[in-house]
Design a protein around this ligand. Structure first.
Ligand SMILES: [Zn+2]
Length: 335
């Protein structure tokens, strides 16, 4: 994805124009909150915008030139006035800690060294722990001229309301299917672009991440195991142990997608409206047997588990509880 990292995407034109026009009128807010589903391209946009703010010679539309010293430094990740704050890679909790935010507020942290803007990129902003969020709040209350904070989040409701209210929110919706497919088709090498896009809930960059034969076949295996849990020989605890080794956030997306599709099939949903349009048959089989209030309750449990999975709780325990519940739903339905 490196090729697209600093390129804003075709469906982000209106957000770009809005911000560039604010900039021309010197009314750019000190803090922007970029909100939208995972995989719609918020980071691409934010990086392109950061580069635009730091470029020496952006064009009339604000597009960075791509060749000046500043553009080069931004693209190589070494611009002194462009700072990225993200969870440490080895961090188990995936949190942004207070030290990272404090470093910002330290003496020179907020002042541009090259006399232009200072741009700070925080992602995912909703993963700041409470000490970090409170520390950032102080910065937002006393903004420094020319400093622009770009906060990115898939879940704006998880941010402190006081942080949200001090940022101008810029929303990124899923693009039209036609635009998304047009962008995705030349980039996809294994899967079917339409299937991948449905699986990703309409988010093109997420769809591109799923374009991986091994990952897709793993997903099929997992779906098979999930649907077969009603059989007495299949043990939910053993399955939880196996699944705990996989990418938990992705697994939770898949799990909720399967359950949502079973619910949709019960109300007459057609394949184009489903996440899993390549797995209609097995999901339909379950949809015909399971009680929908049981399913809805299970879906709520999946959402709760997803939230728990993002804290420090042991994912295996969380999965165990969930899969035991699911096995019991299936057995009640006589599957
Ligand atoms: Zn430039």
């Amino acid at each position: 994805m490196a090729e697209t990292l600093f390129n804003r995407l075709p469906w982000q034109q209106s957000q770009w124009e809005q911000l560039q026009s604010a900039r021309t009128q010197q009314r750019l807010p000190h803090a922007l909150l970029f909100a939208g589903a995972k995989g719609v391209g918020k980071s691409n946009f934010a990086l392109a915008f950061a580069q635009s703010l730091l470029c020496e010679t952006p064009n009339e539309q604000g597009e960075p030139c791509g060749v000046c010293r500043h553009c080069h430094l931004v693209q190589t990740g070494s611009h002194p006035d462009f700072q990225r704050i993200e969870p440490e890679q080895e961090s188990k909790s995936g949190e942004i800690k207070v030290d990272a935010i404090r470093a910002l507020t330290a003496s020179a942290g907020l002042t541009a060294q090259s006399g232009g803007h200072k741009v700070i990129f925080i992602r995912p902003a909703d993963r700041m722990n409470s000490a970090a969020a409170n520390s950032l709040l102080k910065t937002l209350e006393e903004p420094t001229a020319d400093t622009v904070l770009l906060l990115l989040t898939d879940s704006p409701s998880r941010l402190l309301p006081t942080i949200r209210s001090r940022c101008q929110q810029i929303l990124f919706a899923q693009p039209d299917t036609k635009d998304a497919i047009e962008w995705l088709s030349p980039r996809v090498t294994h899967g079917d672009p339409e299937v991948l896009l449905s699986l990703a809930g309409g988010a093109p960059l997420q769809a591109l991440l799923l374009d991986d034969t091994e990952l897709l076949s793993k997903r099929q295996d997992m779906l098979g195991d999930f649907l077969a849990l009603g059989q007495a020989k299949n043990d939910p605890v053993k399955l939880a142990e196996r699944w705990a080794k996989s990418d938990i956030p992705l697994l939770m997306d898949w799990l909720s997608g399967w359950v949502i599709d079973i619910l949709r099939l019960q109300t007459g949903g057609e394949p184009p409206t489903l996440f899993n349009r390549d797995s209609v048959q097995p999901l339909q089989g379950i949809a015909e047997r399971l009680n929908s209030s049981l399913l809805q309750r299970f879906l709520r449990q999946v959402y709760e588990a997803r939230n728990l999975g993002e804290t420090n709780l042991n994912p295996q325990l969380v999965l165990e509880r969930l899969l035991i519940q699911w096995a019991s739903c299936l057995r009640q339905a006589g599957h």
